[in-house]
Design a protein around this ligand. Sequence first.
Ligand code: SF4
Length: 386
Amino acid sequence: MSTATALRSPPETSRDTDRLLPIAAKVAAGARLTREDGIALVGCHDLAFLGELATLVRDRKRPERTVSYIVDRNINPTNVCVARCTFCAFDRLPGDPEGYVLTHEQIFAKVDELLAVPGVNDKLLARGGVQVLLQGGHHPKLGIEYYEQLFRALRTRYPKLHLHGLSPSEIVHVSKLSHLTIEAVVERLTQAGLDSIPGGGGEILVDRVRQLIAPGKANTAEWLGVMRVAHQRGMMTTATMMYGHVETEDERVDHLLALRALQDESLAAGKGSFTAFICWPFQPGGSELECRKSGANDFLRTNAVARVLLDNFPHQQTSFVTQGDKLGQLALFFGCDDFGGTMLEENVVSAAGTQCLITIQQIEHCIRAAGFTPVRRNMHYEMLDS
Ligand code: SF4
C-alpha cells in the first residue's frame, strides 16, 4: 500500500510533510518506528494525520471493528501511603484520621455489589469475565502476609473471580517491607490467588521524572523488573502512562520505548506479556504538583502516538474515567480498541476532582454510536458471551 493511498489526511505543512510522510509510509508498511520517528510524532499537532496513522494500526490489530470492555470494579484496600507522590490527592500519611484499611467484610461487600450487577452470571464468572482491580497505598505495616490473607480470603469466597492486583510499585514496597525478592513476592501472591498485575504506578518510566514526582516509589528498573518477573512466570499484565506534568516530549517517547523493549523480550520468551496499554493525563486537583491541565487534543495525540509506537501491544484502552465518555469514545479513532473496565467505583483520580463513571449500558451505547460492536472480554482479551 502506498502512503498516498493509506492516508487521506497528509500533514498540513511542507516541513511536516518532509518529516512525517516517511513515518507514515513505515506505519502503512507495518515497519517499526525509531525513537526519532516517535519524537517527530509527539511534536506533531495535526490531529487528523495522527488519528489516521493510529487507525491504520488499530484496524490491523482488530479488523472486525469490535470494541471490548470488562465487567470489573476497583477496590482500594488502603489509602495509607508513605510514598508521598507529589501528584497524588488520594494518599493519607500513617496516623491521619482520614486514613483507612478496609476489613475483609468491607471488601466482600464491594465484590458482592459487583456480582449483583445485572448481566453478571456464573458463565461470565467462570470465564474470568468478572474482575476486581485491587490497588492501594504503600502502607508501612501491610506486608506480604496481609495480601496473602486477603487474596486467599477472596479466592476461597469467590473461586471464579479474576484477581487483578497490586501494581509493580506496591509489589516492590511489599518486597522491601517483608525482606523478600520480587520473585518470592510474585510467587507467594500467585499461590494465594493473584491472577494478573495491573500497570499502575508507571507514570513516566524515566528516573529524572520519577525523582521529581514519585521519589518514594519504584524506580524505572524496579517497575519494569516486576513486570519482567511476572511475564517470566506466565502472567499477563497491563501497562500505563500518566503524562502531562514534568516530563518532556522525548521522555514520553522513552517511556513507550521502554515498554516496547520489555514486550519484545517477553513475547520472545513465549510466556506472559502485556495485554494492553492505557494512558491518561495528570489530574491536578488537590495535589502538590502544579501543572497546567492537559487537554483533549493532548489525550488524542498521545493515544495515537502510543498506538503506532507500541507495535507489539495487542490492545489499547481509552480512559473514560479521566476524560469522560465523549472523549473516551473519540479515542476509538486515535488507536484505542477497548473501553477498559466498568469500575463501579474509583477513588484515586476522583480524589483529584475527576471522576466520570458510566454504566455498562452507557459504555455499550458509546461503542455502538461510534460505529463499532461492543464485546465483553476477560483480562486475557478472550471475547465472552454475556
Ligand atoms: S500514587 Fe499511590 S504510591 Fe503514590 S502517594 Fe498516591 S497512593 Fe501512594
